[in-house]
Design a protein around this ligand. Structure first.
Ligand SMILES: *[C@@H]1O[C@H](CO)[C@@H](O)[C@H](O)[C@H]1NC(C)=O
Length: 154
């Protein structure tokens, strides 16, 4: 780090912060943001996600987005253990999955409704997805609980 700015402890701390930032942006694109995020485990080969308060109902006026990445050359398969989202207005109460993250993403599927059963296989085309959960005013609905796993392209 010669000639790179602060030296000594401050420089070392700066270098550490920089390398953490770099590792977050290059590999560990597993992140969440929003105020309706329930417990989640976002692993590189499998994980689980849920709405806040699950299996109780989720709060009014809340949102959460999770970004999931698995190794290159893999797709992401989803299993929905529970989908129970009050559908007074599906424009604002839903669980939505996107292929990709950020501005490049495109919708795979969107769900709303109480007690939904998903029979078909839901899979991404690439190795990254965004999971988005949104709620406005509602009274019931347990929210959602899902798991994912990485699967190699065939
Ligand atoms: C959401 O707000 C409505 C109206 O204020 C209220 O009746 C309802 O109980 C709230 N739902 C939750 C989950 O807090």
């Amino acid at each position: 780090m010669e000639g790179w700015g602060p030296t000594g402890a401050a420089g070392a701390a700066g270098g550490l912060v920089l390398s953490i930032l770099i590792s977050l942006t290059t590999e560990g694109c597993r992140a969440q943001k929003g105020d309706a995020c329930g417990p989640s485990v976002l692993g590189p080969s499998s994980g689980t996600l849920s709405s806040l308060g699950y299996p109780g109902t989720y709060p009014n006026q809340s949102v959460c987005e999770w970004e999931i990445s698995v190794p290159r050359g893999n797709r992401i398969h989803f299993h929905f253990a529970e989908l129970d989202i009050e559908d007074g207005d599906c424009q604002v109460n839903y669980l939505r999955l996107y292929d990709g993250v950020g501005l490049e993403r495109s919708e795979i599927v969107k769900y709303c409704g109480l007690g939904l059963k998903v029979k078909e296989l839901i899979a991404s085309t690439g190795n990254q997805v965004t999971v988005q959960f949104m709620s406005r005013t509602h009274r019931r609905g347990r929210g959602f609980y899902l798991s994912y796993s990485a699967a190699e392209h065939t």
